[in-house]
Design a protein around this ligand. Structure first.
Ligand code: NAG
Length: 122
């Protein structure tokens, strides 16, 4: 009986569990990155195909188009925080790259308002 109860819980949990992106870089120190202009440039350049990606930036890049299109629906809270701080840092320090980023990942301007709202408080 107990076994069936546990089994039900497991089934329920898997139905409700949210699919998320892989979390191996969730511990990225985004504050340090945003403070360091050359590191920020490296990330932005990777996302914009203008410089070679380092492994961490490349890991984020593989999900970025979908994350923009889906308002970070599959992002963990840490990823929302990273995305939020990255976009804020870009907007403030590298406005040209910020505009290029928007143009590349949201050419019609359809997704950015929802995306920025979705990550705003993380
Ligand atoms: C800033 O980022 C660059 C490129 O990633 C790195 O080589 C450098 O050590 C960083 N500087 C500081 C002060 O963290």
């Amino acid at each position: 009986m107990k076994y069936i109860y546990v089994l039900c819980l497991v089934v329920l949990a898997s139905v409700y569990a949210k699919e998320t992106y892989t979390t191996e870089n969730d511990d990225l120190d985004i504050e340090a990155l945003v403070k360091n202009l050359s590191a920020l440039r490296e990330f932005a350049g990777c996302f914009l195909d203008t410089v070679e990606c380092n492994p961490v930036a490349g890991d984020f890049k593989k999900d970025i188009a979908e994350a923009v299109a889906q308002s970070c629906e599959k992002c963990t809270d840490s990823q929302k925080h990273i995305f939020n701080r990255f976009l804020e840092g870009l907007k403030e320090k590298l406005p040209t790259e910020y505009e290029a980023f928007k143009k590349k990942y949201d050419a019609d301007g359809k997704h950015f308002p929802a995306l920025e709202a979705a990550v705003a408080n993380f």
